[in-house]
Design a protein. Sequence first.
Length: 239
Amino acid sequence: SPVLSLRGTTKRFGDHTALDAVDLDVAEGEVVVVIGPSGSGKSTLVRCVHQLESVDGGGMYLDGELLGYSEHRGALRPLTPRGTAAQRRRVGMVFQQFNLFPHFSALRNVSEAPRRVHGRTAGEAEREATALLDRVGLGDRLHHYPRQLSGGQQQRVAIARALATRPRILLFDEPTSALDPELVEEVLGVLRGLARDGLTMVVVTHEMAFAREVADRVVFMEAGRIVETGPPAQIFGSP
Ligand code: ADP
Ligand code: ADP
């Protein structure tokens, strides 16, 4: 059964339909790359899954559980803010702008969630965060603050932070679009590593070479709809 399912997911901004009855399944370990012209709804799609936007129709399921609701004696009720926060932690998200806490070190940016949310001791949380920063190649930058790091390094801290809640799925919203060209590859390298490790990922990107190389499946959006989906060779043609 899929990790993530969208069924008829619809999102409107006023009378503009940003997502028009989108159906999508993402399987365990699958890397889905979402491409399409600006304004086609790619960002809205991942923002809805992370519950940063409310939806106007359809359902989204994480491991079969309807997002935004809890089931009690067969009846669905909207989640409390606390329930929503818990559900959102099962979905990791990485933004175009890295959104790090400027007054926290890299280590603290990553260890905050394990410590506060998962009730780890400070020592355990730091060990976990150190291992995650190592995994993104920043084992020697633990005590640097965001302003002391390059954009590529900051984005790698953001990836480590997204991993810290041990999410079932990771969402990336144009993770390299804000970076200087020479820094793009170090971030894509981290994504490649996560894909190899079998993480379940949805990546919105304009990096077509990355999509061709790393995607198990490419989803092409236009005007709020998925107009084509398939393996890279089918979408881009054989190399
Ligand atoms: P993409 O990521 O493919 O560039 P978006 O998901 O950002 O597209 O946007 C899809 C459409 O929804 C666009 O027409 C955009 O202007 C509109 N939109 C996105 N966010 C908002 C918002 N907060 N309010 C109004 N319209 C929005
Ligand atoms: P992108 O295409 O990279 O997602 P945009 O410039 O379209 O970026 O959007 C940047 C931000 O502005 C997003 O948070 C989006 O939700 C919001 N936004 C986009 N279009 C509109 C709009 N028409 N009205 C209000 N907010 C919008």
